[in-house]
Design a protein around this ligand. Structure first.
Ligand code: NAP
Length: 341
């Protein structure tokens, strides 16, 4: 096959607020060649994750920041087109930390081979970062027990929508908090949540008083800010608050707010609040994928994908997460697999 040139999106300025096209420049260079031990991957699907905004912060977050002049990194899937690494052969679909470009060279160390029977792009959502974050964050940190009330913020997003469905499977009562009537209707009608609160048109606290008069046992928080504070006011004894994300901050420089004023309820109600990073569970990813696959194949978990197209649209696709434009997992198709599916 003839290899097209490599288009790559390079960081040229750090965004102060929302990510924009002006922060990246498209550069075109010849397609790279793999060296011994490496594989050449044609990037087919990009995942969009709020954490990518954090990688653009000058000081970094849990990992070093992307430097100006570097190609943007991304969880992605692609097809191996040339391999000088014995673990991989041309035609295989692989998932891992790739980048916003057509062709990615990898040493193969952190790649996952897409299992037989799995749609490659599902390795970015329900079997990828967001599905696994939901699984480990809820079961390991939240530890819900049948009969308990579980509240999820960012509930119509990739992570939150799976959290609520796992909680339902485990026998809990589930309440989702999301932005807009359409998302709330999807949560109840399609994802099987018991109730949904539209934080854009309703007061989260007073709606929780109606929907969960006995209080909240587990809160899986993707959002932080006012929603977190409203739930903290309504926790039951021995509640578990799972700190997964704080997207209401926008993950912009200096954005993290001071602590929630209702935090002392954690003491008064003998409760705990615990953060986690998905990477903490790296050794257990196979367990998570197996559980997710059984639930999805049994029809117990449904998921949505919000699909954009075209590498050049990557910056504005990342921005969609912070505008609440996505329902379910935000993806972008870069290309069809060059060696066929
Ligand atoms: N701890 C970890 O290891 C880990 C791993 C993966 C993800 N996360 C975190 O999990 C959360 C969800 O990530 P995701 O990939 O599944 O994204 P997502 O939920 O699919 O998309 C982000 C959603 O956040 C909501 N949002 C955006 N701005 C908001 C604001 N100002 N206030 C309230 N809600 C807002 C929007 O939904 P609405 O329309 O409902 O506002 C948007 O659709 C993020 O906080 C992310 O950082 C953490």
């Amino acid at each position: 096959m003839t290899r097209s040139d490599n288009r790559s999106l390079v960081l040229v300025s750090r965004p102060a607020g929302l990510v924009g096209d002006e922060n990246f420049e498209m550069r075109v260079t010849p397609a790279p060649e793999p060296s011994d031990g490496e594989v050449l991957i044609a990037v087919t699907w990009l995942s969009f994750d709020p954490t990518q905004r954090g990688w653009l912060l000058p000081g970094g977050t849990y990992k070093a920041p992307l430097e100006l002049g570097e190609v943007m990194q991304a969880y992605a899937v692609g097809q191996v087109v040339e391999s000088k690494n014995e673990r991989y052969r041309p035609g295989m679909h692989v998932q891992g930390m790739l980048s916003w470009q057509d062709w990615h060279i990898s040493d193969g160390k952190e790649l996952t081979i897409v299992p037989e029977g799995v749609e490659p792009r599902a390795m970015l959502g329900v079997y990828g970062t967001t599905g696994l974050t939901a699984y480990f964050g809820l079961t390991d940190v939240g530890q819900p027990v049948a009969g308990e009330t579980v509240v999820v913020s960012g509930a119509a997003g990739a992570t939150g929508s799976v959290v609520g469905q796992i909680a339902r499977i485990l026998g809990c009562r589930t309440i989702g908090v999301a932005g807009g009537a359409e998302k709330c209707a999807w949560l109840v009608d399609r994802a099987g949540f018991d109730a949904a609160i539209d934080y854009k048109s309703e007061r989260v606290g007073s709606r929780l008083d109606e929907l969960a008069p006995g209080g909240v046992d587990v809160f899986f928080d993707n959002v932080g800010g006012e929603t977190l504070n409203a739930v903290l006011k309504r926790i039951r004894r021995h509640a578990r608050i799972v700190l997964c994300g704080s997207i209401s901050s926008g993950y912009v420089p200096g954005s993290l707010p001071s602590g929630p004023s209702n935090y002392f309820n954690l003491c008064l109600r003998s409760s705990r609040m615990q953060g986690f990073l998905l990477g903490d569970y790296r050794d257990r990813f196979e367990e998570g994928r197996k559980a997710m696959r059984e639930w999805v194949e049994a029809g117990q978990i449904v998921y949505e994908e919000d699909v954009r197209e075209g590498l050049e649209n990557a910056p504005l696709t990342l921005r969609r997460l912070f505008e609440g434009a996505n329902l379910g997992k935000q993806l972008l198709k870069v290309a069809d697999p060059p060696l066929g599916s």
